[in-house]
Design a protein around this ligand. Structure first.
Ligand code: ZN
Length: 435
């Protein structure tokens, strides 16, 4: 598979630029990310949803911004410093300025005993709290060095603004048809590579690839903070999504070089799933298939009852399932050009297949009356009944999600024969093609 039309190095460079930014559910880090992305995605629009706004069952949180955060010992040594890694601070920490004893500081430190070299990524979005994250090895060092009675200065220069907002990025490539392919990714994680800087990069690459092409369908790209962001976006664009959506993918953890994963949309027979399975199969790509109920990201909102957008999640190592997940270990040792390139090639093929493949759709509800169209013989013989059954069978699967090859497989007739039936039905206006 080739990816000649896209310069992976250029997007990898973009990744290096975006990596250090402290992103979150809200705040200037997300806006800065969108500003940088706009240089690659020219028609990227920023949507701001005000803090405090009720969205379905949720309320948009106050906007969080962070300038600096550190813990200093009595000799003015900064023993933990947000400036060194934004993972050191619990994301959404409230502002703090106080002096505390070591024994109390210990209660506010997070670490991973079983992964002693990594700083964990911890958030406290909806509980007003604060804390610092360190590697377990470093934690042990601190315990050795200080006494319970040692004094520390804790400073967290953060703000939580009730008059702030939550930022979302949206870009539409208009195709010949208003019907849309939907691509969603989340941008709320700070300096973590595979989850989900990689999703941001792949989405940008796909935008740039399809922007240069003449497309039959439109493609909608969105960058949201995970969960609350997709809820806000759905609230804002539900009507148009419901009207135009034909298939959709949530892109996350797509930059490592391990096996691919696919978490299907809720309805196994969706176009979203069928095309992905087809591309994996045609390109002989092995992947781990999850169940829809393994969802934990935005796909859960897109597929939820009442929303019913058949969005699947495409990953390499699935979120929550690889060892560096949500730690400082998820860095550029995990995110690789090769990994990103592989994901790009598959997603590009999936979108291209949706664009280019004809998928017949029956134009009538229930079984059509074939007699009045001259498709049902006046005198039924064994042979003519067989022919009629082929028409009826074909129409059963002409739902806009199966291509001719797939229908011929299901009907257990050859592609040539299937094409003959298709033409006959098309001439009689019993099917239209999906594009
Ligand atoms: Zn995550």
């Amino acid at each position: 598979m080739s990816s000649k039309t896209i310069n992976i190095s250029e997007f990898f460079k973009l990744g290096k630029k975006l990596f250090p930014i402290c992103r979150s559910l809200t705040g200037n880090g997300n806006r800065k990310t969108l500003r940088i992305l706009k240089k690659k995605i020219f028609n990227l629009k920023k949507i701001e949803i005000p803090s405090g706004k009720k969205i379905f069952d949720w309320t948009v949180p106050p906007e969080w911004n962070i300038r600096s955060a550190y813990v200093e010992d009595e000799n003015q040594n900064k023993i933990i410093d947000f400036n060194k890694s934004n993972l050191h601070l619990v994301n959404y920490s409230i502002p703090i300025s106080k002096n505390i004893f070591f024994k109390d500081l210990l209660k506010k430190l997070y670490f991973l005993k079983n992964q002693p070299n990594y700083i964990p990524y911890i958030t406290s979005y909806y509980k007003r709290d604060w804390g610092f994250c360190v590697s377990y090895n470093y934690f042990k060092k601190l315990k050795k060095k200080y006494k319970y009675s040692s004094k520390f200065k804790v400073r967290i220069n953060s703000t939580l603004n009730n008059k702030g907002s939550l930022s979302i990025g949206e870009a539409l490539i208009k195709g010949k048809s208003k019907k849309e392919i939907f691509i969603s990714t989340y941008m709320c994680h700070p300096s973590i590579c595979n989850d989900n800087l990689s999703g941001i990069l792949l989405t940008s690459m796909l935008y740039n690839y399809f922007k240069k092409k003449k497309n039959y369908y439109s493609i909608r790209f969105v960058f949201v903070p995970e969960i609350i962001g997709s809820i806000c976006y759905l609230n804002k664009r539900l009507k148009i999504l419901k009207k135009n959506f034909i298939a959709g993918y949530n892109l996350t953890c797509v930059g490592d070089t391990r096996a691919y994963s696919f978490l299907p949309s809720k309805n196994e027979n969706s176009l979203t799933n069928k095309v992905a399975y087809k591309i994996f199969k045609e390109n002989k790509i092995s992947y781990k298939k999850y169940k829809y109920l393994d969802f934990r990201s935005d796909e859960g909102n897109y597929n939820s009852s009442g929303i019913d957008l058949e969005v699947a999640t495409f990953c390499r190592s699935k979120y929550a399932e690889y060892k560096e997940y949500h730690t400082s270990g998820d860095n550029f040792n995990v995110l690789k050009k090769k990994g990103l390139k592989g994901s790009f090639n598959i997603m590009r093929k999936i979108i291209d297949d949706i664009m280019q493949t004809e998928r017949p759709k029956c134009t009538v509800i229930c079984e059509p009356q074939l007699g009045k169209r001259g498709l049902h013989p006046l005198i039924g013989t064994k042979e003519s009944k067989k022919e009629v059954k082929k028409y009826i069978n074909f129409l059963q699967y002409a739902d806009g999600t199966n291509d001719i090859k797939k229908i011929s497989e299901i009907l257990e007739i050859g592609t040539k024969e299937c094409l003959r039936i298709y033409k006959k039905l098309y001439q009689n206006k019993l099917i239209k093609i999906s594009k």
